[in-house]
Ligand binder design. Structure first.
Ligand SMILES: Cc1ncc(COP(=O)(O)O)c(C=O)c1O
Length: 284
């Protein structure tokens, strides 16, 4: 696949009938950042759930199942989670297991948006197979791990795999020279380059979080469990000043939360320059 959005649409389209819906966190990329692609292209309703940290739990999903069997209501069929979440947090293996067990007991399918799956594996110190074990289908991001135009959809449920090539072609995701894109996965997977890249990105985020510890008016908003650092900044002028030289999102305008991302190619010098700017930013 070329993009994470397309991977999510293909992955979910393997799992849904026309009257079925997808339970996701309100903050999920499928809900917020895909320009309505799941609704427009899949034609499926997203059933959103507010979460404090981007993570779904059986307790949060349960109430969304109340209307099952009512023909007036869209029928929840898939739970989609993001690993890493959009808030930079990671599901632990125990949390994944409990979600997987819950989904199987409730006859729900589990889809994992793994745009940053490599960062989760690096953070948790587990294998990609450990992270995939509970899913029916998942994506494995190449782009955020150094690849260009290459995302993978991994179909764990054997009964679904045969449909994937046809849906991929129909959704415009089969390049005529696909091998030149796909070979990037060989480069990433052959000698654990994916893990070194993700581990490095995570380490740069930790360096950033440590470097801003004690900055007046700055407070970590989420734990740093990947390559994302979410910070609430008291002084709006500080945000504006930093944005003059650095590109980043203000994640929550009301709470003045910013999102700072690191990557496989972020250097220690990049991080240290940014940290110095943050310390220098107030009052300038
Ligand atoms: C959680 C998540 N899923 C999917 C994507 C992929 O998005 P894109 O369609 O831009 O490749 C991203 C990229 O930001 C993401 O953060």
């Amino acid at each position: 696949m070329f993009t994470g959005t397309a991977a999510n649409v293909l992955g979910l389209s393997l799992l849904l009938r026309p009257y079925e819906g997808v339970i996701c966190a309100e903050s999920a990329h499928v809900n917020v950042d895909e320009c309505g692609a799941p609704e427009r292209i899949l034609g499926s309703k997203l059933l959103t759930v507010p979460t404090p940290d981007g993570k779904l739990t059986p307790g949060l999903i349960g109430p969304r199942l109340a209307d099952r069997g009512d023909e007036h209501r869209v029928q929840p069929r898939v739970v989609t989670i993001s690993q890493v979440t959009e808030l930079g947090t990671c599901y632990t293996l125990a949390e994944l297991k409990s979600l997987g067990e819950f989904c199987r007991a409730e006859k729900l399918r589990l889809y994992i948006d793994g745009a940053r799956l490599a960062n989760a594996a690096a953070h948790l110190g587990c294998s990609l197979a450990d992270l995939a074990a509970q899913a029916d289908v998942l994506s494995f991001g190449g782009t955020k791990n150094g690849a260009v135009g290459a995302e993978a959809v991994v179909v764990m449920a054997e009964d679904l795999a045969a449909d994937a090539p046809f849906l991929r072609k129909q959704q415009g995701q089969l390049a005529s020279k696909m091998r030149y894109l796909a070979v990037q996965f060989q480069a990433l997977l052959d000698d654990d380059l994916w893990l070194r890249n993700a581990g490095h990105a995570n380490a740069m985020a930790r360096r950033l979080a440590e470097g801003i510890h004690g900055v007046p008016g700055a407070r970590l908003w989420q734990p740093v469990e990947s390559n994302a650092v979410f910070v609430a900044l008291e002084d709006p002028a500080q945000i504006a000043r930093l944005q003059r030289d650095w590109q980043f999102y203000v994640w929550d305008t009301a709470a003045q939360v910013v999102r700072w991302m690191t990557a496989y190619d972020t250097t220690e010098a990049d991080v240290d320059t940014f940290i110095a700017d943050i310390w220098g930013a107030p009052g300038e």
